[in-house]
Each structure stands twice: as structure tokens, then as C-alpha cells.
Design a protein around this ligand. Structure first.
Ligand code: KG4
Ligand code: ZN
Length: 350
């Protein structure tokens, strides 16, 4: 068998999606995702409920991924899984399952960092005419993270900008919650904003030096704006829902783009990628492409199915490690935050 044809089963369970994928080389044969509706009414992910749902989903999801790929367990060359960052109770389900399966099949285990995987999803076969060349910049925007990374190799990712408080996805989700919309609010805000007009709704834009981000002030400004208008008009949210969504979305995207432009200017790098759940946002995608055209960037916008959490991205990150012989053992323990990660990448280069 030639090296590229290694068959990897990948497992992702870091937050509220249970996902399994099968890859042959860099090609995705299947990518099954089971979401968890149980969190909708709570305005955010409830960790205890998430781990229970993973427990119920993991076996059927893996079975479905193997079936769709037409691969038998005995055909697998390795199991790749998310070790962190994420919710410990959720991670433990995927980690324990992966260890047990690898032990039963007597095949290697590959541990993957969730954030690294969002970035490396760009190397999945067929997404772009050519994957981004090194070095490139990646704006990773998700429910838990907002970072600009300089990617020097698949194993050399440097965080050059980070949020000092909320993540961009959290800002979307909290704004939705303020308007009484269910979790996750990001996709809903995106949809409502298409019919809205942001003009006339003034929100306080973040003013943070250098390449870092902040979204908590913006969220408070959104909350106060609504609170003040509700005093005069109790139907304010219903009447202006689309406009409010458009204003919040515009503010978040403006702040992200400003920093991305600055990062490109500072580093001189013009290959620019987007990653993470918020990279599904239609306004962000369009703004990055338009800005890229203006600034002479080559932009890499992920396919929708690889933006939010999925196991295919864990598979491609595992594929890189497999070829370097970077395996893990049965002692690997999950980590909740990037700072709790065992030595490796992504590194913070300040
Ligand atoms: O990467 P992801 O699936 O999970 C984490 O690792 O956090 O990202 C989930 C986040 C949620 O905050 C969700 O509201 C946001 O991505 N999101 C969006 C859109 N689709 C998902 N935010 C804005 N517009 C969207 N279309
Ligand atoms: Zn994610």
C-alpha cells in the first residue's frame, strides 16, 4: 500500500457534536455529525447533558461513518481523536472510545488538538485548487476561540492574536440569547441579518491594541441598546430583530477584519485562511473575499461542512501526524484549555 492510502477513523467529541469520519489519505470517505438539540433551550451547552448525549451517540455515529465509507474495522490503519481543548466530560467519551477501539484492533492512536484541526481542515482533498502554502495566516473563529495564527508547517502554528475575553461565536450566541433566540444563535443571526439594515443602530466597537480581540464590551453595548429601547417600545426586539442581527454581525465582522488586515500588514503574509464555526457566517466569508481582492490576498474559505465541528478535520490533522510517526499511548488524558495542553502546538509567540 502506498503511504497516501492510509485509512484513518477520526473521532471528535470536544463540545456538543459527536462526529466520526473515515479518510483514505487526504480524501474524506464519510463524515457523520450528530448534533445535540438538548442545549437549545438553555442558551448554551450544558456540559453534563453533552457528555451523556455523546455516550448515546458515539457507537451509532462510528458505525454510520464506517458504513458510509464502506470500510470494515479491520481495514483501519489508525484511530485519530480530539484530546482537547474542550469539555472534559465530552472529550472523555471520544478519548476512551478511541483508546478501546485502537487496543482491540491493535492499531496506532493519534491525538489531535481541536484548534489545530480547524486550521488543517484546509488540507482535505478537493476543497481548494491547491491547499494554502506555508506560511499562511488563519483566522480561527469558533464558539470557544478567536485567534489569528501564523502557520509555518502542519506542526508549527503560532498564535499571534487572541481574544482577551469572549470568543466571536460567543458574541453571536449571547446576542441571540438577548433577543430570545435559541442556541446556537450564530446561524440564526446570519439568516436574520440578510433581511436587516444595520444603519442607525450604534454599538460600541472594541478598541484593543495590536492583534488581540475583545467582544465582551460589544455584547454589553448590545444589551444596553436593547434595554434602553425596550423602555420606550416593548415590541422593539420583534420590530427590529433583523436590523439588530445585522448590526451585531456587522460589528463582529468589522472587528475581525480589521485585525486580519493588520496581521497581514505586520507579517507580510498574503495567503489568508478562515476556520472554525463562525467561518460559516456569510457576511464574514464575503468580507474576507472582498478584502482579499482589494489587498491582493489569496483567500482560503472552507467548505461549509468543514467550518463547524466535524471529525474530518481531526482525520486530516491525524494524517499529518501519522506520516511523521507521531503516535500516542493509552495514557493520554484530555485537556480543557489550550494552556493545559501537553507541550506542542499551537504555540503562543506573543
Ligand atoms: O467550531 P464550532 O462548531 O465549535 C467550537 O469549537 O466552538 O463553532 C460553533 C460556533 C457557535 O458559536 C455558533 O453560533 C457559530 O460557531 N456559528 C456561526 C455560524 N454558524 C456557526 N456564527 C455566525 N454565523 C454562522 N453562520
Ligand atoms: Zn471547534
Amino acid at each position: 500500500m502506498i503511504q497516501e492510502e492510509v485509512i484513518i477513523l477520526a473521532i471528535e467529541s470536544s463540545c456538543d457534536d459527536t462526529s466520526a469520519a473515515v479518510l483514505r489519505g487526504r480524501k474524506v470517505l464519510s463524515n457523520i455529525i450528530a448534533g445535540q438539540k438538548v442545549h437549545e433551550e438553555y442558551g448554551g451547552v450544558v456540559p453534563e447533558l453533552a457528555s451523556r448525549a455523546h455516550q448515546q451517540n458515539i457507537v451509532p455515529v462510528v458505525q454510520s461513518a464506517l458504513n458510509h465509507a464502506g470500510i470494515a474495522p479491520g481495514d483501519l490503519d489508525a484511530v485519530a481523536f480530539t484530546l482537547g481543548p474542550g469539555l472534559i466530560g465530552s472529550l472523555l467519551v471520544g478519548v476512551t472510545f478511541s483508546k478501546a477501539l485502537a487496543m482491540a484492533l491493535n492499531i496506532p492512536l493519534v491525538q489531535v488538538d481541536h484548534l489545530e484541526a480547524h486550521v488543517l481542515a484546509h488540507f482535505i482533498e478537493g476543497q481548494h485548487p491547491a491547499p494554502p502554502p506555508f506560511p499562511f495566516l488563519c483566522l480561527t473563529v469558533s464558539g470557544g476561540h478567536t485567534q489569528i495564527l501564523r502557520v509555518d508547517s502542519p506542526f508549527d502554528l503560532h498564535i499571534i492574536g487572541n481574544t482577551i475575553d469572549d470568543a466571536a461565536g460567543e458574541a453571536f450566541d449571547k446576542a441571540a440569547k438577548i433577543m430570545g433566540l435559541p442556541y446556537p444563535g450564530g446561524p440564526l443571526i446570519d439568516k436574520l441579518a440578510l433581511q436587516g439594515n444595520p444603519e442607525g443602530i450604534r454599538l460600541a466597537l472594541p478598541r484593543i491594541p495590536d492583534l488581540d480581540f475583545s467582544f465582551s464590551g460589544l455584547k454589553t453595548s448590545f444589551l444596553y441598546h436593547i434595554r434602553d429601547h425596550l423602555k420606550e417600545n416593548p415590541a422593539y426586539i420583534e420590530e427590529r430583530r433583523n436590523d439588530l442581527a445585522a448590526a451585531m454581525q456587522q460589528a463582529i465582522v468589522k472587528s475581525l477584519i480589521e485585525k486580519l488586515i493588520l496581521a497581514s500588514k505586520k507579517t507580510g503574509i498574503r495567503h489568508i485562511a478562515l476556520a472554525g464555526g463562525v467561518s460559516a457566517n456569510s457576511h464574514l466569508r464575503k468580507t474576507v473575499v472582498d478584502t482579499g481582492r482589494e489587498k491582493g490576498w489569496t483567500t482560503y474559505i472552507p467548505e461549509f461542512r468543514y467550518t463547524t465541528d466535524n471529525a474530518a478535520m481531526i482525520g486530516i490533522a491525524g494524517w499529518f501526524k501519522y506520516h511523521e510517526g507521531i503516535f500516542t499511548d493509552q495514557l493520554a488524558t484530555p485537556y480543557a484549555s489550550a494552556s493545559g495542553r501537553p507541550a506542542g502546538n499551537p504555540k503562543s509567540s506573543g
